[in-house]
Design a protein around this ligand. Structure first.
Ligand code: FE
Ligand code: CA
Length: 520
Protein backbone atom coordinates (compact mmCIF):
# COMPACT_ATOMS: atom_id res chain seq x y z
CA UNK A 1 0.00 0.00 0.00
CA UNK A 2 1.05 3.62 -0.08
CA UNK A 3 4.08 4.12 2.14
CA UNK A 4 3.69 6.01 5.37
CA UNK A 5 5.89 8.80 4.04
CA UNK A 6 3.90 9.26 0.85
CA UNK A 7 0.71 9.22 2.85
CA UNK A 8 1.83 12.08 5.08
CA UNK A 9 3.17 14.03 2.12
CA UNK A 10 -0.05 13.55 0.20
CA UNK A 11 -2.39 14.66 2.93
CA UNK A 12 -1.32 18.18 3.63
CA UNK A 13 -4.78 19.13 4.84
CA UNK A 14 -4.30 16.91 7.87
CA UNK A 15 -1.90 17.68 10.66
CA UNK A 16 1.01 15.23 10.58
CA UNK A 17 0.42 14.37 14.22
CA UNK A 18 -2.89 12.77 13.36
CA UNK A 19 -1.07 10.26 11.22
CA UNK A 20 1.78 9.68 13.58
CA UNK A 21 -0.55 8.86 16.43
CA UNK A 22 -3.54 7.56 14.56
CA UNK A 23 -5.48 6.17 17.49
CA UNK A 24 -5.41 9.48 19.36
CA UNK A 25 -8.78 11.10 19.47
CA UNK A 26 -10.64 7.94 18.55
CA UNK A 27 -9.76 5.63 21.38
CA UNK A 28 -11.23 7.42 24.34
CA UNK A 29 -14.44 8.60 22.77
CA UNK A 30 -17.46 7.07 24.42
CA UNK A 31 -19.82 6.93 21.47
CA UNK A 32 -23.21 8.44 22.05
CA UNK A 33 -26.29 6.32 22.01
CA UNK A 34 -27.51 4.64 19.94
CA UNK A 35 -23.97 3.53 18.90
CA UNK A 36 -22.43 2.07 22.10
CA UNK A 37 -20.68 -0.67 20.09
CA UNK A 38 -18.86 1.80 17.89
CA UNK A 39 -18.20 1.24 14.20
CA UNK A 40 -16.21 -1.18 12.08
CA UNK A 41 -15.12 -1.72 8.50
CA UNK A 42 -14.30 -4.99 6.81
CA UNK A 43 -13.54 -6.87 3.63
CA UNK A 44 -11.37 -4.20 1.97
CA UNK A 45 -11.39 -4.44 -1.82
CA UNK A 46 -9.87 -2.03 -4.37
CA UNK A 47 -13.22 -0.28 -4.88
CA UNK A 48 -14.67 -0.31 -1.38
CA UNK A 49 -15.29 -2.08 1.90
CA UNK A 50 -18.14 -2.85 4.27
CA UNK A 51 -19.02 -0.37 7.00
CA UNK A 52 -20.82 -1.65 10.08
CA UNK A 53 -22.55 -0.54 13.22
CA UNK A 54 -25.33 -1.80 15.45
CA UNK A 55 -27.95 0.38 17.10
CA UNK A 56 -28.71 -0.16 20.78
CA UNK A 57 -30.29 2.01 23.43
CA UNK A 58 -29.91 -0.62 26.15
CA UNK A 59 -27.15 -2.90 24.85
CA UNK A 60 -27.37 -5.49 27.63
CA UNK A 61 -31.17 -5.75 27.80
CA UNK A 62 -31.71 -9.44 28.69
CA UNK A 63 -33.65 -10.29 25.53
CA UNK A 64 -30.60 -9.42 23.42
CA UNK A 65 -32.54 -6.86 21.37
CA UNK A 66 -30.50 -3.92 22.67
CA UNK A 67 -33.58 -2.02 23.83
CA UNK A 68 -34.66 -1.70 20.21
CA UNK A 69 -37.93 -2.78 18.61
CA UNK A 70 -39.19 -0.87 15.57
CA UNK A 71 -37.23 -0.46 12.35
CA UNK A 72 -34.95 2.59 12.41
CA UNK A 73 -33.64 4.56 9.46
CA UNK A 74 -29.89 5.08 9.68
CA UNK A 75 -27.99 7.63 7.60
CA UNK A 76 -24.41 6.87 6.71
CA UNK A 77 -21.69 8.96 5.14
CA UNK A 78 -18.21 8.42 3.79
CA UNK A 79 -15.68 11.22 3.37
CA UNK A 80 -12.07 11.78 2.39
CA UNK A 81 -11.26 13.57 5.63
CA UNK A 82 -11.73 12.85 9.31
CA UNK A 83 -13.79 16.04 9.80
CA UNK A 84 -16.25 14.64 7.21
CA UNK A 85 -16.07 17.90 5.24
CA UNK A 86 -15.30 16.26 1.88
CA UNK A 87 -18.06 13.65 1.50
CA UNK A 88 -17.84 11.07 -1.27
CA UNK A 89 -20.79 8.78 -0.56
CA UNK A 90 -23.88 8.82 1.59
CA UNK A 91 -27.11 6.93 1.92
CA UNK A 92 -29.66 5.50 4.26
CA UNK A 93 -30.50 2.03 5.48
CA UNK A 94 -33.36 0.61 7.54
CA UNK A 95 -32.05 -1.38 10.52
CA UNK A 96 -34.43 -4.12 11.68
CA UNK A 97 -34.86 -6.24 14.77
CA UNK A 98 -34.53 -9.50 12.80
CA UNK A 99 -30.83 -8.61 12.42
CA UNK A 100 -30.45 -6.98 15.86
CA UNK A 101 -30.57 -3.51 14.28
CA UNK A 102 -27.17 -4.13 12.75
CA UNK A 103 -26.11 -2.06 9.73
CA UNK A 104 -23.95 -3.48 6.92
CA UNK A 105 -23.26 -1.13 4.00
CA UNK A 106 -21.20 -2.39 1.05
CA UNK A 107 -19.38 0.59 -0.43
CA UNK A 108 -18.51 0.58 -4.13
CA UNK A 109 -16.80 2.92 -6.54
CA UNK A 110 -14.13 4.19 -4.16
CA UNK A 111 -10.55 4.75 -5.29
CA UNK A 112 -8.03 1.96 -4.67
CA UNK A 113 -5.25 2.15 -2.10
CA UNK A 114 -6.51 5.13 -0.14
CA UNK A 115 -8.01 6.04 3.19
CA UNK A 116 -11.61 7.03 3.85
CA UNK A 117 -13.61 8.04 6.91
CA UNK A 118 -17.19 7.10 7.75
CA UNK A 119 -19.89 7.57 10.37
CA UNK A 120 -23.57 6.94 11.01
CA UNK A 121 -26.53 9.01 12.24
CA UNK A 122 -29.74 7.68 13.82
CA UNK A 123 -32.21 8.58 16.58
CA UNK A 124 -30.62 12.03 17.02
CA UNK A 125 -27.23 10.45 17.68
CA UNK A 126 -24.01 10.32 15.69
CA UNK A 127 -21.45 7.55 15.82
CA UNK A 128 -17.74 8.00 16.23
CA UNK A 129 -15.79 8.37 12.97
CA UNK A 130 -14.12 5.22 11.69
CA UNK A 131 -11.47 4.97 9.03
CA UNK A 132 -10.49 2.29 6.58
CA UNK A 133 -8.31 1.90 3.52
CA UNK A 134 -9.35 0.35 0.26
CA UNK A 135 -7.06 -2.39 -1.05
CA UNK A 136 -4.59 -1.34 -3.74
CA UNK A 137 -5.56 -1.99 -7.36
CA UNK A 138 -4.93 -5.65 -8.28
CA UNK A 139 -2.00 -4.79 -10.56
CA UNK A 140 -0.54 -2.06 -8.31
CA UNK A 141 3.08 -2.29 -7.31
CA UNK A 142 2.88 -2.09 -3.52
CA UNK A 143 6.00 -1.09 -1.60
CA UNK A 144 4.79 -1.77 1.91
CA UNK A 145 1.84 -3.33 3.67
CA UNK A 146 1.41 -3.41 7.42
CA UNK A 147 -1.12 -5.61 9.14
CA UNK A 148 -1.70 -6.94 12.63
CA UNK A 149 -3.32 -10.18 13.73
CA UNK A 150 -4.71 -11.53 16.96
CA UNK A 151 -7.00 -14.15 18.43
CA UNK A 152 -8.57 -15.31 21.67
CA UNK A 153 -9.93 -12.34 23.59
CA UNK A 154 -11.56 -13.63 26.79
CA UNK A 155 -13.27 -10.71 28.51
CA UNK A 156 -12.93 -12.24 31.97
CA UNK A 157 -9.32 -13.36 31.73
CA UNK A 158 -7.73 -10.02 30.89
CA UNK A 159 -8.11 -6.52 29.53
CA UNK A 160 -8.19 -5.87 25.80
CA UNK A 161 -5.32 -3.37 25.88
CA UNK A 162 -3.58 -5.36 23.14
CA UNK A 163 -6.37 -4.34 20.76
CA UNK A 164 -5.62 -0.67 21.42
CA UNK A 165 -1.92 -1.24 20.82
CA UNK A 166 -2.84 -2.89 17.51
CA UNK A 167 -4.76 0.25 16.53
CA UNK A 168 -1.69 2.33 17.31
CA UNK A 169 0.34 0.36 14.76
CA UNK A 170 -1.69 2.21 12.09
CA UNK A 171 -2.19 -1.00 10.11
CA UNK A 172 -3.52 -1.15 6.57
CA UNK A 173 -5.89 -3.76 7.95
CA UNK A 174 -6.33 -5.97 11.00
CA UNK A 175 -6.96 -9.68 11.07
CA UNK A 176 -9.01 -11.58 13.66
CA UNK A 177 -8.17 -15.28 13.71
CA UNK A 178 -10.91 -16.58 15.98
CA UNK A 179 -12.20 -16.76 19.54
CA UNK A 180 -13.32 -13.15 19.17
CA UNK A 181 -15.75 -13.94 21.99
CA UNK A 182 -15.85 -16.76 24.54
CA UNK A 183 -19.21 -18.39 24.99
CA UNK A 184 -18.65 -19.81 28.50
CA UNK A 185 -18.39 -18.19 31.92
CA UNK A 186 -15.59 -18.85 34.37
CA UNK A 187 -16.74 -19.82 37.82
CA UNK A 188 -15.35 -20.79 41.23
CA UNK A 189 -11.61 -20.83 41.52
CA UNK A 190 -11.14 -19.99 37.83
CA UNK A 191 -13.05 -16.77 38.37
CA UNK A 192 -10.69 -15.75 41.18
CA UNK A 193 -7.98 -15.33 38.57
CA UNK A 194 -10.11 -13.13 36.32
CA UNK A 195 -10.01 -9.33 36.05
CA UNK A 196 -13.78 -9.03 35.47
CA UNK A 197 -16.81 -11.22 35.07
CA UNK A 198 -19.15 -11.92 32.17
CA UNK A 199 -22.35 -10.32 33.49
CA UNK A 200 -24.65 -12.57 31.48
CA UNK A 201 -25.18 -16.31 31.24
CA UNK A 202 -23.29 -18.67 28.93
CA UNK A 203 -24.15 -18.03 25.30
CA UNK A 204 -26.30 -20.84 23.91
CA UNK A 205 -29.08 -19.15 21.92
CA UNK A 206 -29.56 -16.05 19.78
CA UNK A 207 -30.33 -13.69 22.68
CA UNK A 208 -27.32 -14.81 24.71
CA UNK A 209 -24.87 -14.74 21.77
CA UNK A 210 -26.09 -11.22 20.95
CA UNK A 211 -25.48 -10.23 24.57
CA UNK A 212 -21.96 -11.59 24.41
CA UNK A 213 -21.12 -9.47 21.36
CA UNK A 214 -22.88 -6.44 22.84
CA UNK A 215 -20.63 -6.74 25.89
CA UNK A 216 -17.37 -7.29 24.03
CA UNK A 217 -18.02 -4.68 21.38
CA UNK A 218 -18.53 -1.93 23.98
CA UNK A 219 -14.94 -2.48 25.12
CA UNK A 220 -13.14 0.81 24.31
CA UNK A 221 -9.94 -0.95 23.20
CA UNK A 222 -11.72 -3.24 20.76
CA UNK A 223 -13.74 -0.29 19.48
CA UNK A 224 -10.53 1.68 18.95
CA UNK A 225 -9.07 -1.08 16.78
CA UNK A 226 -12.20 -1.43 14.67
CA UNK A 227 -12.41 2.33 14.21
CA UNK A 228 -8.76 2.50 13.12
CA UNK A 229 -8.71 0.05 10.20
CA UNK A 230 -10.77 -2.36 8.15
CA UNK A 231 -10.52 -5.98 9.23
CA UNK A 232 -10.50 -9.46 7.78
CA UNK A 233 -11.73 -12.25 9.98
CA UNK A 234 -12.35 -15.89 10.55
CA UNK A 235 -13.76 -17.69 13.54
CA UNK A 236 -12.59 -20.58 15.67
CA UNK A 237 -14.59 -22.67 18.15
CA UNK A 238 -15.58 -20.26 20.93
CA UNK A 239 -17.78 -18.17 18.65
CA UNK A 240 -20.07 -21.22 19.01
CA UNK A 241 -18.83 -23.73 21.59
CA UNK A 242 -15.48 -25.03 22.81
CA UNK A 243 -13.98 -27.58 20.38
CA UNK A 244 -17.12 -28.11 18.31
CA UNK A 245 -16.61 -29.81 14.97
CA UNK A 246 -19.14 -28.99 12.25
CA UNK A 247 -22.43 -30.43 13.62
CA UNK A 248 -20.79 -32.16 16.57
CA UNK A 249 -21.04 -30.65 20.05
CA UNK A 250 -18.29 -31.38 22.56
CA UNK A 251 -21.10 -32.79 24.68
CA UNK A 252 -21.95 -36.28 23.34
CA UNK A 253 -25.46 -36.10 24.81
CA UNK A 254 -26.39 -33.28 22.39
CA UNK A 255 -27.48 -34.72 19.01
CA UNK A 256 -26.34 -32.94 15.84
CA UNK A 257 -29.77 -31.54 14.93
CA UNK A 258 -30.07 -29.86 18.32
CA UNK A 259 -26.49 -28.61 18.16
CA UNK A 260 -27.12 -27.15 14.70
CA UNK A 261 -29.78 -24.88 16.20
CA UNK A 262 -27.15 -23.51 18.55
CA UNK A 263 -24.71 -23.12 15.66
CA UNK A 264 -27.33 -21.26 13.61
CA UNK A 265 -27.89 -18.80 16.48
CA UNK A 266 -24.16 -18.31 16.99
CA UNK A 267 -23.48 -17.78 13.29
CA UNK A 268 -26.34 -15.30 13.01
CA UNK A 269 -25.01 -13.28 15.93
CA UNK A 270 -21.53 -13.37 14.37
CA UNK A 271 -22.92 -12.01 11.10
CA UNK A 272 -24.85 -9.30 12.94
CA UNK A 273 -21.76 -8.06 14.77
CA UNK A 274 -19.07 -8.23 12.12
CA UNK A 275 -18.46 -6.09 9.01
CA UNK A 276 -19.36 -8.87 6.58
CA UNK A 277 -20.89 -8.74 3.14
CA UNK A 278 -24.47 -9.80 2.43
CA UNK A 279 -23.22 -12.97 0.82
CA UNK A 280 -22.19 -14.14 4.30
CA UNK A 281 -25.77 -13.84 5.59
CA UNK A 282 -26.37 -17.23 7.20
CA UNK A 283 -28.71 -19.77 5.64
CA UNK A 284 -29.88 -21.65 8.69
CA UNK A 285 -26.75 -23.09 10.28
CA UNK A 286 -24.58 -22.50 7.18
CA UNK A 287 -22.53 -19.38 6.68
CA UNK A 288 -19.77 -18.73 4.17
CA UNK A 289 -16.89 -16.76 5.64
CA UNK A 290 -13.83 -18.13 3.85
CA UNK A 291 -12.62 -15.85 1.08
CA UNK A 292 -9.56 -14.57 -0.76
CA UNK A 293 -8.15 -11.05 -0.67
CA UNK A 294 -5.57 -9.38 -2.89
CA UNK A 295 -3.35 -6.42 -2.06
CA UNK A 296 -1.89 -5.39 -5.40
CA UNK A 297 0.87 -7.57 -6.76
CA UNK A 298 2.42 -7.85 -3.31
CA UNK A 299 0.12 -10.24 -1.45
CA UNK A 300 -2.77 -12.59 -1.80
CA UNK A 301 -4.43 -13.75 1.41
CA UNK A 302 -6.90 -16.63 1.57
CA UNK A 303 -8.77 -16.59 4.88
CA UNK A 304 -9.97 -20.09 5.84
CA UNK A 305 -12.77 -21.58 7.92
CA UNK A 306 -11.40 -24.44 10.01
CA UNK A 307 -14.58 -25.28 11.97
CA UNK A 308 -17.71 -25.42 9.86
CA UNK A 309 -16.84 -28.24 7.45
CA UNK A 310 -14.57 -30.53 9.46
CA UNK A 311 -14.96 -34.21 10.27
CA UNK A 312 -15.58 -35.18 13.88
CA UNK A 313 -12.49 -35.22 16.06
CA UNK A 314 -10.54 -38.50 16.00
CA UNK A 315 -10.66 -41.16 18.73
CA UNK A 316 -13.02 -39.26 21.07
CA UNK A 317 -13.12 -39.82 24.79
CA UNK A 318 -16.25 -41.51 26.16
CA UNK A 319 -17.51 -38.47 28.07
CA UNK A 320 -16.47 -35.56 25.88
CA UNK A 321 -15.79 -34.92 22.24
CA UNK A 322 -13.40 -32.09 23.05
CA UNK A 323 -9.77 -31.96 21.97
CA UNK A 324 -7.25 -34.18 23.75
CA UNK A 325 -3.88 -35.79 23.13
CA UNK A 326 -4.28 -39.15 21.39
CA UNK A 327 -1.55 -41.78 21.20
CA UNK A 328 0.08 -42.64 17.89
CA UNK A 329 -2.02 -45.81 17.61
CA UNK A 330 -5.18 -43.72 17.08
CA UNK A 331 -5.31 -44.69 13.41
CA UNK A 332 -8.56 -42.80 12.81
CA UNK A 333 -6.48 -39.63 12.97
CA UNK A 334 -4.47 -40.77 9.93
CA UNK A 335 -7.51 -41.69 7.80
CA UNK A 336 -6.75 -40.16 4.38
CA UNK A 337 -10.46 -39.35 3.88
CA UNK A 338 -10.53 -36.96 6.82
CA UNK A 339 -10.77 -33.24 6.20
CA UNK A 340 -10.64 -30.17 8.38
CA UNK A 341 -11.55 -27.68 5.64
CA UNK A 342 -14.17 -29.73 3.80
CA UNK A 343 -13.53 -30.86 0.23
CA UNK A 344 -15.22 -27.82 -1.35
CA UNK A 345 -13.00 -25.39 0.58
CA UNK A 346 -9.92 -27.50 -0.16
CA UNK A 347 -10.65 -27.39 -3.90
CA UNK A 348 -11.28 -23.64 -3.73
CA UNK A 349 -8.00 -23.12 -1.84
CA UNK A 350 -5.93 -25.25 -4.21
CA UNK A 351 -7.48 -23.60 -7.30
CA UNK A 352 -6.44 -20.28 -5.80
CA UNK A 353 -2.89 -21.51 -5.22
CA UNK A 354 -2.66 -22.51 -8.89
CA UNK A 355 -3.96 -19.15 -10.10
CA UNK A 356 -2.15 -16.83 -7.73
CA UNK A 357 0.24 -14.34 -9.30
CA UNK A 358 0.99 -12.51 -6.04
CA UNK A 359 4.56 -12.27 -4.78
CA UNK A 360 3.56 -13.33 -1.24
CA UNK A 361 0.81 -15.82 -0.41
CA UNK A 362 -0.20 -15.56 3.21
CA UNK A 363 -2.85 -18.02 4.38
CA UNK A 364 -4.80 -16.78 7.41
CA UNK A 365 -6.62 -19.39 9.46
CA UNK A 366 -7.51 -20.26 13.03
CA UNK A 367 -5.18 -23.02 14.28
CA UNK A 368 -1.56 -24.10 14.75
CA UNK A 369 -0.66 -25.78 11.46
CA UNK A 370 2.62 -27.48 12.39
CA UNK A 371 2.76 -31.02 13.61
CA UNK A 372 3.63 -31.15 17.30
CA UNK A 373 4.31 -34.27 19.29
CA UNK A 374 3.18 -33.49 22.81
CA UNK A 375 2.52 -34.96 26.20
CA UNK A 376 -1.05 -34.95 27.48
CA UNK A 377 -1.93 -34.23 31.09
CA UNK A 378 -2.36 -38.00 31.60
CA UNK A 379 1.16 -38.61 30.24
CA UNK A 380 0.02 -39.76 26.79
CA UNK A 381 2.56 -38.92 24.10
CA UNK A 382 0.83 -38.10 20.86
CA UNK A 383 -1.11 -35.45 19.00
CA UNK A 384 -3.82 -32.91 19.83
CA UNK A 385 -7.06 -33.79 18.06
CA UNK A 386 -8.76 -30.39 17.84
CA UNK A 387 -6.19 -28.71 15.55
CA UNK A 388 -4.40 -29.61 12.31
CA UNK A 389 -2.67 -32.48 14.14
CA UNK A 390 -6.10 -34.14 14.26
CA UNK A 391 -6.37 -33.91 10.46
CA UNK A 392 -2.88 -34.73 9.13
CA UNK A 393 -4.13 -35.97 5.73
CA UNK A 394 -5.83 -32.62 5.11
CA UNK A 395 -2.69 -30.76 6.16
CA UNK A 396 -0.62 -32.88 3.78
CA UNK A 397 -3.00 -32.10 0.90
CA UNK A 398 -2.64 -28.38 1.65
CA UNK A 399 1.16 -28.51 1.76
CA UNK A 400 1.29 -30.75 -1.34
CA UNK A 401 -0.88 -28.20 -3.14
CA UNK A 402 1.51 -25.42 -2.09
CA UNK A 403 4.40 -27.41 -3.57
CA UNK A 404 2.61 -28.55 -6.73
CA UNK A 405 1.47 -25.02 -7.57
CA UNK A 406 4.96 -23.60 -6.84
CA UNK A 407 3.20 -21.00 -4.74
CA UNK A 408 5.43 -17.95 -4.25
CA UNK A 409 6.51 -17.15 -0.68
CA UNK A 410 3.91 -19.19 1.23
CA UNK A 411 3.33 -18.21 4.86
CA UNK A 412 0.62 -19.49 7.21
CA UNK A 413 -0.81 -17.49 10.13
CA UNK A 414 -2.77 -19.04 12.99
CA UNK A 415 -4.30 -18.62 16.44
CA UNK A 416 -6.20 -20.78 18.95
CA UNK A 417 -3.33 -22.05 21.07
CA UNK A 418 -2.81 -18.91 23.22
CA UNK A 419 0.92 -18.89 22.63
CA UNK A 420 3.42 -17.59 20.07
CA UNK A 421 4.98 -20.01 17.58
CA UNK A 422 7.31 -19.86 14.61
CA UNK A 423 7.50 -23.14 12.73
CA UNK A 424 8.79 -24.73 9.55
CA UNK A 425 5.98 -26.56 7.80
CA UNK A 426 7.70 -29.70 6.55
CA UNK A 427 6.88 -31.85 3.53
CA UNK A 428 6.94 -34.82 5.92
CA UNK A 429 6.35 -34.19 9.61
CA UNK A 430 8.08 -37.44 10.58
CA UNK A 431 11.22 -36.53 8.68
CA UNK A 432 12.83 -33.33 10.00
CA UNK A 433 15.26 -33.42 7.08
CA UNK A 434 12.43 -33.09 4.55
CA UNK A 435 11.93 -29.84 2.68
CA UNK A 436 10.45 -26.80 4.39
CA UNK A 437 7.33 -26.04 2.36
CA UNK A 438 6.21 -22.89 4.15
CA UNK A 439 6.76 -20.76 7.23
CA UNK A 440 4.19 -20.37 9.99
CA UNK A 441 3.55 -17.71 12.62
CA UNK A 442 0.99 -18.20 15.36
CA UNK A 443 -0.02 -15.32 17.60
CA UNK A 444 -0.59 -15.44 21.33
CA UNK A 445 -3.92 -14.63 22.91
CA UNK A 446 -5.18 -11.12 23.53
CA UNK A 447 -6.22 -12.15 27.04
CA UNK A 448 -7.31 -15.82 27.24
CA UNK A 449 -5.36 -18.10 29.57
CA UNK A 450 -2.28 -19.70 28.04
CA UNK A 451 -1.11 -23.31 28.22
CA UNK A 452 1.64 -23.94 30.79
CA UNK A 453 5.10 -23.24 29.39
CA UNK A 454 7.15 -26.10 30.83
CA UNK A 455 5.35 -29.15 29.39
CA UNK A 456 5.43 -27.67 25.89
CA UNK A 457 9.00 -26.44 26.17
CA UNK A 458 10.07 -29.88 27.38
CA UNK A 459 8.81 -31.39 24.11
CA UNK A 460 10.64 -28.97 21.81
CA UNK A 461 13.66 -31.26 21.30
CA UNK A 462 11.29 -33.83 19.79
CA UNK A 463 9.80 -31.20 17.48
CA UNK A 464 12.71 -29.68 15.52
CA UNK A 465 10.19 -28.14 13.11
CA UNK A 466 9.23 -25.71 15.87
CA UNK A 467 11.65 -22.80 15.73
CA UNK A 468 10.17 -20.76 18.56
CA UNK A 469 7.56 -21.17 21.28
CA UNK A 470 6.42 -18.78 24.03
CA UNK A 471 3.29 -19.13 26.16
CA UNK A 472 4.22 -16.86 29.08
CA UNK A 473 3.22 -13.69 27.25
CA UNK A 474 0.01 -12.34 25.73
CA UNK A 475 -0.47 -9.92 22.88
CA UNK A 476 -0.56 -9.83 19.11
CA UNK A 477 1.56 -10.01 15.98
CA UNK A 478 2.50 -7.15 13.65
CA UNK A 479 3.71 -7.77 10.10
CA UNK A 480 5.48 -5.41 7.71
CA UNK A 481 5.56 -6.81 4.22
CA UNK A 482 7.66 -5.46 1.35
CA UNK A 483 8.73 -7.02 -1.94
CA UNK A 484 12.00 -8.03 -0.30
CA UNK A 485 10.89 -9.43 3.05
CA UNK A 486 8.24 -10.12 5.64
CA UNK A 487 9.15 -8.70 9.05
CA UNK A 488 7.13 -10.28 11.87
CA UNK A 489 7.12 -8.75 15.34
CA UNK A 490 5.71 -10.68 18.32
CA UNK A 491 4.27 -8.04 20.66
CA UNK A 492 3.46 -8.53 24.33
CA UNK A 493 1.01 -6.62 26.50
CA UNK A 494 0.30 -7.23 30.19
CA UNK A 495 -3.28 -8.49 30.03
CA UNK A 496 -3.86 -7.88 33.77
CA UNK A 497 -2.91 -4.21 33.60
CA UNK A 498 -5.43 -2.01 31.80
CA UNK A 499 -3.51 0.40 29.56
CA UNK A 500 -0.24 -1.53 29.65
CA UNK A 501 2.36 -0.62 27.00
CA UNK A 502 3.30 -3.10 24.26
CA UNK A 503 6.79 -4.27 23.49
CA UNK A 504 8.42 -6.46 20.87
CA UNK A 505 9.93 -9.57 22.45
CA UNK A 506 10.86 -11.48 19.31
CA UNK A 507 11.17 -10.70 15.61
CA UNK A 508 11.61 -12.83 12.53
CA UNK A 509 12.27 -12.09 8.89
CA UNK A 510 11.22 -14.21 5.95
CA UNK A 511 13.17 -13.22 2.86
CA UNK A 512 11.70 -13.20 -0.62
CA UNK A 513 12.38 -16.53 -2.33
CA UNK A 514 13.62 -18.29 0.79
CA UNK A 515 11.59 -20.69 2.94
CA UNK A 516 11.91 -20.49 6.70
CA UNK A 517 12.07 -17.66 9.19
CA UNK A 518 15.31 -15.97 10.27
CA UNK A 519 15.62 -14.62 13.80
CA UNK A 520 16.53 -10.96 13.97
FE1 FE B 1 -8.88 -19.35 22.24
CA1 CA C 1 -9.94 -22.08 19.91
Amino acid sequence: MISRRQMVAGTTLLAAGQWLNPAAGLANVVPALPFPMGVAAGDPRPDGFVIWTRLALDPLAPDGAGGMHDPVTVRWEVAEDEAMMRPVRQGSYVAIGALAHSVHIELEGLAPGRQYFYRFHALNGTSEVGRARTAPAPDAKVDHLRFVFASCSHWEEGYFTAYRRMAEEDPDFSLFLGDYIYEYNNSGKHLEHCVRQHPVREATDLASYRLRYALYKQDPDLRALHAAAACLMTWDDHEVQNDYANAISQDPSVPPDIFMRRRAAAYQAYYEHMPLRRRSLPQGADMRIYDRYRFGRLMEMPVLDGRQYRNAEACPLPKSRSGHVVPLFCTERDDPQRTMLGYAQEKWLFDGFRRSTAQWNVVAQDLLMAGFLQKGTDGTIGHWTDGWDGYPACRKRVLDAVSASRLANPVFLGGDIHSFWTTDLKADFDNPASATIATEFVGGSISANAPPYEPFAAMLPQNPNVRYFESRLHGYVAIDLTPRQMMTRFRSVDRRSDGSPASTFKSFVVEDGRRGALEV
